[in-house]
Write a protein that binds this ligand. Sequence first.
Ligand code: ZN
Length: 156
Amino acid sequence: MADASLTALYQDIILDHYRRPRNKGTLEHASISVPMRNPLCGDEITLELEMNGDEVADVRFTGRGCSISQASTSMMTEMVKGKHASEIGQIGERFRAMVMGDADAAADSTLGRARALAGVARFPARVKCALLAWNALERGLATAASQRGETDGEEG
Ligand code: ZN
């Protein structure tokens, strides 16, 4: 596929998530609520997680900001629902590497349609927009782990 049409496809995916965000709203039984802002761009989201042990049973977000921040959050919620914290940590690491310009991560099929955001790597000012959701998620999962009385790298 020519580079230009690939870029157009990626822009379509981003705009689709921006205009029709998935999992937007609030949860009735949220375990965790994480507000997160990107003052450089004016993006803000509040991420809500319903945890079942270390599994994200459900997730919602509210927020406003640029198309990158809101589309990235929408995509993230689709990717993490029903997954365990350890798996989410790996996906988040890959996503983070991708928006920092890692070509291997950009080709990683586990990132699915979120690969549409790979082009953000060429615009350093937008990297924070793309990572806003993942930073909120990381903080939320850390809070959930400490609520369960877990410490890093230890089981039970
Ligand atoms: Zn932004």
